[in-house]
Design a binder for this molecule. Structure first.
Ligand SMILES: Nc1ncnc2c1ncn2[C@@H]1O[C@H](COP(=O)(O)OP(=O)(O)O)[C@@H](O)[C@H]1O
Ligand SMILES: [Mg+2]
Length: 244
């Protein structure tokens, strides 16, 4: 499998850090309307570490995750992923880094409806340069690990909500990323299904030693991660376990 980002990121292993935000600022500007979300936010995520981000609706959690994932650009400050400065990369290089070093799971699965579960999970592997045979093998392994070995030929519309999120988890992990970013990945599921999908994500992340940055409003789930940070008035503050 292609791991080109790894060889370019010596600082990742040196520092043990997979993601860093430095003095990050974001202000949305549309016409005369300016919406400052945060200014001067810092975050460091170590290899294999699982971090929950909690905070009120509108606090900027999704905005932060978009910036960390290189899906949006900050107004000021820098994001480093696997030792690479996102702002210094071309769009193509940033896309490649995103595909190889990051996995994404959202509240809505964002699987492509016209493709099977297998094809959806194969896609990141093929984007990384693998051939179809190798990609299919790797995707099948992941689908088996998330308990969907018997559903590989199903399209998203033929899967339950929990199964769709499992497929999205398989897709996020299939390239063995350094870090998975999750934005309320279980927020759309009933409580019991949410708990099992969440446990599965944690278990697979820990087995692969993949870091996890997870936005959730569910403090009971947040508590199961290594650290809980609260985003409040533009700052991240570490919550002691007793406050979560
Ligand atoms: N594209 C946008 N344009 C303008 N304002 C935005 C945009 N996206 C989000 N916002 C505003 O930024 C703030 C943070 O939003 P968001 O990151 O979605 O919060 P959260 O995920 O914590 O609920 C909110 O006040 C929201 O209204
Ligand atoms: Mg949000």
């Amino acid at each position: 499998m292609s791991k080109s980002w790894a060889s370019e990121s010596a600082s990742k292993s040196a520092a043990g850090e997979v993601m860093r935000a430095e003095k990050l600022a974001k202000t949305y500007a549309e016409g005369k309307m300016r919406t400052p979300v945060f200014d001067g936010l810092d975050l460091s995520v170590q290899a294999g570490e699982t971090v929950a981000i909690v905070g009120a609706s509108g606090a900027g959690k999704s905005t932060l995750l978009h910036l960390l994932g290189g899906l949006d650009t900050p107004t000021a400050g820098e994001v480093y992923v696997a030792g690479q400065k996102m702002s210094a990369l071309s769009n193509a290089a940033r896309g490649q880094l995103r595909n190889g070093a990051l996995g994404f799971v959202y509240q809505f699965h964002h699987l492509l409806p016209e493709f099977t579960a297998l094809e959806n999970v194969m896609m990141p592997v093929m984007l990384g340069g693998a051939d179809a045979g190798a990609a299919a093998q790797r995707a099948k392994e992941l689908l088996q690990q998330v308990g969907l070995g018997h559903r590989v030929e199903h399209k998203p519309g033929e899967l339950s909500g929990g199964e769709r999120q499992r497929a999205a988890v398989a897709r996020a992990l299939v390239n063995q990323p350094a870090c998975v970013l999750g934005d309320e990945p279980t927020g759309n599921l009933d409580e019991k299904t949410a708990a099992t999908v969440f446990e599965l994500m944690l278990e697979l992340n820990r087995a692969q030693k993949t870091s996890l940055v997870l936005v959730t409003h569910d403090r009971r789930l947040a508590r199961k991660l290594d650290r809980v940070l609260e985003l409040h008035e533009g700052r991240l503050r570490e919550l002691p376990a007793s406050d979560v």
